[in-house]
Design a protein around this ligand. Structure first.
Ligand code: G3P
Length: 278
């Protein structure tokens, strides 16, 4: 359907895309409760269309998204086990598992209280769309959000815009960007989140927050200029609580990571560490 977008053209293209979302259907998923801001939480809330900017951020507004990708320790029955481990982590931060579409139903059944996202969706409806990932089916199977335009699954900006148009209010979309320009272009479409991940740092040993803190703070500032409604995440090489704390300090509301958990000898300990400084 798509090829990698030309970054130089992304911002201009995105501004030309008309997002018509006022007729969105309500999201019927089981997890809508987690999207309701807690009473008295004076914070920059994460939920789309429900943000309230104030000086302080609550832990419950911080989000750690674990992308299972197709890692061996995070597929099939192992995906179910990892989701159960995530469910058992004692934290007020939001933990989200982004799982393979093939594992979605089983993971939802294994960890019914955990927020589960897809790793990708296509803006298709019912009908002749062999092999495409249909949003309505994902929602019926328990997904409460999705990644889109991940560095390992690039799509066009039109793909992102059409997906945002199609999904119901409350279904969260995290659009991934390789750099500040792409983040700005995607932010103009007002997804729930933009996650900046330098491709060269993905899967590496050094966190983006140490290797290139400027891209994180630069993205945060640039996205904030485009839209105050978009939550900012960062990812690539994130592995420790200190990495997460630094991400927050640089202007994000959380992180998107994979190998720090999926390749950890003890994923539960890794998750506890990641949330330890929130
Ligand atoms: O989607 C998260 C990912 O691209 C970052 O991967 O392994 O560097 O945490 P990793």
């Amino acid at each position: 359907m798509t090829s990698a977008p030309n970054t130089a053209d992304l911002f201009a293209i995105s501004l030309a895309v008309t997002i018509t979302a006022p007729e969105k259907r309500p999201f019927p998923a089981r997890l809508t409760q987690s999207m309701v801001p807690e009473a008295g939480a004076g914070t920059q809330a994460c939920r789309h269309g429900q943000r309230e900017l104030t000086a302080r951020r609550a832990v419950s507004d911080c989000i750690v998204v674990v992308n299972f990708k197709t890692y061996q320790a995070a597929h099939g029955a192992s995906a179910e086990e990892l989701a159960r481990v995530m469910s058992g982590i004692d934290t007020e931060a939001r933990l989200v598992a982004a799982v393979s579409a093939l594992d979605l139903s089983a993971v939802v059944a294994a960890a019914p209280d955990l927020e589960i996202w897809c790793q990708h969706l296509d803006p298709v409806g019912f009908g002749s769309n062999t092999g495409w990932l249909h949003p309505e089916t994902a929602i019926e199977r328990g997904a409460s959000g999705t990644l889109i335009n991940h560095a390992e699954h690039k799509v066009s900006i039109e793909h992102v815009a059409m997906l945002l148009d199609q999904v119901p209010e409350g279904f969260e979309v995290c659009a991934c960007a390789a750099d500040v320009d792409e983040a700005m272009a995607l932010a103009a479409l007002v997804p729930n989140y933009v996650a900046v991940e330098p491709p060269e740092l993905i899967g590496g040993e050094v966190s983006v927050t140490s290797a290139d803190p400027g891209i994180v703070s630069g993205t945060a500032a640039a996205v904030r200029e485009v839209s105050e409604e978009v939550g900012i995440l960062c990812g690539a090489g994130v592995k420790t609580g200190a990495d997460v704390a630094k991400a927050i300090e640089l202007g994000t509301i959380g992180v998107l990571l994979a190998s720090g958990v999926t390749k950890a000898a003890d994923p539960g300990a890794a998750l506890s560490g990641l949330t330890s400084e929130l």
